[in-house]
Write a protein that binds this ligand. Structure first.
Ligand code: NAD
Length: 364
């Protein structure tokens, strides 16, 4: 794992975060690591619910300064000894994915709670290191699968509970080449099979029945000749057709591409079909259910899933509220499916998460 945090230098349990009802939101000190899009969101939302964002860290000081200014925090280029501070209880990890494990493990070992953006990591080795650190720290580690707080999520779960698991699931996710090159870098964010599909794997784990038994896929790089991605040493696959088969007979298929022309309007549509009806989702706000009672349409506005996630995480660590923000187990489960998909594409065969091998990504 490489980051500006030196694992060997992390002190033994310096200050354990204390999740007690006495710790009001005002007293909750937060550090945000990474001041890009997600870091800015986390900082704003922590601030909005009354937490004290004490530091924003980004080697790009212009970014660190801009986000710190939004919330009255101090900007830092490196973590340094920030995790030693007693007035810090929570660390939000919003760096590119390949740095998640190093930051998370260091923060947990310093006794802090961690909300780490999804996907948990690029490799199982890193994700398991995060899990072990959470176990030994006794503090809380959550992974930012904020879609569990999307407006579409509850109606889909309700439908599944009422009507049983859908047998046929389909998701189409398409976008132009991502403006952030790191999203296409196999060594940084891992491309859509890791970065984007983890949301669907997490959802389908709950809707269709846990870990898929069989995974088959074909992968493509539509963006091979796109000049905006020139020079990335290990380009991630940007497109795939993925089929997942679950115990109980449910089958899910994902058509994903981040290889369309830059700037094209992104699309995400899901359909779920079973003997009692069909649900279609224009993710995340428009949901249509067709069943024996006719057609029911929901349209949701004004829900910010990132704010809901952070509010809920605060309730979990401060008030001991029941866990709703997914833990590292969910991050590992989704990553195992991503790795199985990549393995199936490489070997042109059917595989399963149990057989998936780790990526050859060196992060240490
Ligand atoms: N939950 C979601 O739906 C969602 C959406 C987008 C991104 N993400 C995830 O959030 C993470 C960040 O994505 P983003 O879109 O904000 O990326 P971004 O590129 O906008 O921001 C990442 C920031 O991290 C900084 N950084 C790099 N090295 C660092 C270091 N050593 N220490 C501190 N900061 C460092 C970069 O300078 C950059 O400002 C990724 O893991 C991504 O997959 C999640």
């Amino acid at each position: 794992m490489s980051a500006d945090v030196d694992q060997a230098a992390v002190p033994e349990k310096v200050a354990r975060a204390t999740p007690t009802a006495r710790t009001g939101a005002d007293a909750l000190g937060v550090i945000v690591i990474g001041a890009g899009d997600m870091g800015a969101r986390h900082a704003r939302h922590w601030h909005a619910i009354g937490a004290d964002v004490v530091a924003v860290v980004d080697p790009d000081m212009a970014r660190a300064d801009a986000v710190a200014a939004l919330v009255g925090a101090r900007a830092h280029a490196v973590v340094g000894d920030l995790f030693d501070r007693d007035d810090v209880h929570v660390v939000s990890v919003c760096t590119p994915t390949y740095l998640h494990a190093a930051m998370t493990v260091a923060a947990l070992d310093a006794g802090k709670h961690v909300l780490c953006e999804k996907p948990a990591a690029l490799t199982l080795r890193d994700a398991l290191a995060m899990q072990r650190a959470a176990e030994r720290s006794g503090t809380q580690l959550r992974i930012g699968f904020m879609r569990r707080f999307d407006p579409a999520y509850r109606p889909l779960m309700d439908f599944t509970e009422r009507a049983g698991r859908p047998l046929l699931a389909q998701a189409t996710i398409t976008a132009g080449v991502r403006p952030k090159r790191l999203m296409h870098d196999a060594m940084a964010n891992g491309g859509p099979i890791i970065d984007m599909c983890c949301h669907v794997f997490d959802l389908w784990g709950r809707m269709l029945g846990g870990e898929p038994l069989a995974v088959s896929a074909r992968g493509y790089t539509f963006s091979d000749d796109k000049p905006e991605l020139a020079g990335i040493a290990r380009r991630a696959l940007d497109s795939a057709l993925i089929t997942l088969e679950y115990e109980g007979g449910s089958v899910g298929q994902i058509q994903v591409s981040w290889g369309l022309p830059s700037g094209i309007e992104p699309v995400e549509r899901h359909t779920y079909v079973g003997p009692s009806g069909m649900v279609s989702v224009d993710w995340p706000r428009h949901i249509t259910l067709r069943d024996a009672d006719g057609v029911t349409r929901w349209r949701s506005r004004g829900v910010d899933p990132y704010l809901a996630e952070i509010t809920q995480f605060r309730r979990e660590i401060v008030e001991g509220a029941p866990r709703e923000v997914p833990d590292i187990g969910a991050g590992i489960a989704a990553l195992r499916v991503s790795l199985a998909v990549l393995e199936a594409i490489r070997g042109r065969r059917v595989t399963s998460p149990a057989e998936a091998v780790d990526l050859e990504v060196t992060t240490s």
